[in-house]
Design a protein around this ligand. Structure first.
Ligand SMILES: Cc1ncc(COP(=O)(O)O)c(C=O)c1O
Length: 370
């Protein structure tokens, strides 16, 4: 049996729905900033329970636009070290300095305690990342901390479409949040991203940045150093369809995760990461920790070659503070991330995955990790 690391699912009826609407926009010529983009924004804002959503062409640009709108030039921004390159790169592109924070072993996110220790008078704000779709139980404490210290909290919710903690959706904790619709994400628009916020002024700023810094769509006065960060209508159409299917796709992922939860307890070599009891996880990733450090590349190749099981990409393979490009920002060792980044694996999970495939993964893991 073959189990791929991930699979992107567009059912035949989804493909027909998308094709019909793409035909329509090709016929009308309304190919960007049109009615489908507006509908995508409205429905995504509703998903997150916020007032505004601004569709853009990637999760990276969503983050950079938020940071430019908040103004980070010459300031420090706290970011987790176990995140995707773009979280820290967006800070740099917006003119700020990333300061790396160690991970919270309970959630793979960041803790209020670690953030508090890293704060200085140069800190403008914090970017929290919902790693693997887990909205950490630390979120209320991070919101309080940011308010108390007069800094902002932004969520990089690239992994967390539809996830929540205590019924607050990912994206609704911070002053503004970014999502990614890259193909491997829980939902995709092929490429794309979304900014969500409850702040009216910030939403206006983000729209200005998205479209070349223009004061408005029809006025050619450039008032900000914007860029072409627009989302095209064909992308918005694809995203809209996956947004409709999001609850079903998350249920399918959660059914697979439940099988893993149940049986992984019996394996002596692996430990699962607990999702907060009052949280809801979309299982973008299913994270398992190897009790003992071992050669992960070798483990992955045994699983693939002997059992046909491909593990998903880690979160993350190497923390950012040891990546060559970020060496100049390095401040101090971050031992929890250095250990856990090397000592975890991500099991295959995707919508459309068969229960029998999950059982096969468990059998293979039992043989290989004990
Ligand atoms: C945590 C995180 N932030 C930001 C991004 C950037 O999103 P995009 O690839 O849509 O630019 C990604 C993903 O790809 C991500 O995983």
């Amino acid at each position: 049996m073959q189990v791929p690391a991930a699979k992107i699912q567009f059912l035949p009826e989804d493909r027909a729905w998308i094709a019909e609407r793409i035909q329509e926009v090709l016929a009308t010529g309304q190919l960007t900033l049109g009615k489908y983009g507006a509908e995508f924004e409205e429905k995504f804002a509703r998903l997150c329970g916020v007032r505004h959503a601004i569709a853009v062409n990637s999760g990276t640009s969503a983050l950079e636009i938020i940071l430019r709108s908040l103004g980070v030039e010459g300031k420090d921004v706290l970011v987790p070290t176990n995140t995707f390159f773009a979280t820290a790169a967006a800070v740099v592109h917006a003119g700020g300095t990333p300061v790396f924070v160690d991970l919270d072993p309970d959630s793979f996110g960041i803790s209020a305690e670690a953030v508090e220790k890293a704060l200085t008078c140069r800190t403008a704000g914090i970017v929290a990342v919902h790693i693997g779709g887990i909205v950490s139980a630390q979120m209320p404490a991070l919101v309080d901390l940011a308010a108390r210290r007069g800094i902002w909290l932004v969520e990089d919710a690239a992994h967390a479409h539809g996830s929540s903690y205590r019924s607050v959706s990912a994206g609704a904790f911070g002053i503004a949040s970014s999502f990614s619709f890259y193909p491997t994400k829980v939902m995709t628009s092929a490429e794309g991203g979304m900014i969500v916020t409850n702040e009216d002024r910030l939403a206006e700023e983000c729209k200005i940045y998205r479209d070349q810094g223009k004061a408005s769509f029809t006025v050619n006065a450039h008032v900000r150093m914007g860029y072409n960060w627009r989302l095209s209508e064909p992308h918005a159409i694809i995203g809209l369809r996956h947004l409709e299917r999001l609850p079903a796709m998350i249920s399918e992922r959660r059914a697979i995760a439940a099988i893993y939860d149940d049986k992984l307890r019996e394996l002596s070599g692996l430990k699962t990461l607990s999702i907060p009891a009052d949280g809801f996880c979309n299982y973008y990733k299913y994270i398992a920790i190897l009790k003992e450090k071992r050669d992960r590349k070798e483990l992955k190749s045994i699983l693939r070659e002997r059992y046909g099981v491909s593990l998903a990409g880690e979160v993350y393979e190497e923390p950012l503070h040891i990546q060559p490009v970020f060496q100049k920002y390095r401040s101090r060792p971050l031992p929890l991330s250095e250990d856990l980044c090397a000592r975890h694996i991500c099991l295959p999970v995707f919508s459309g995955m068969e229960e029998e495939q999950a059982r096969h993964v468990l059998r293979a893991l039992k043989e290989v990790t004990g």
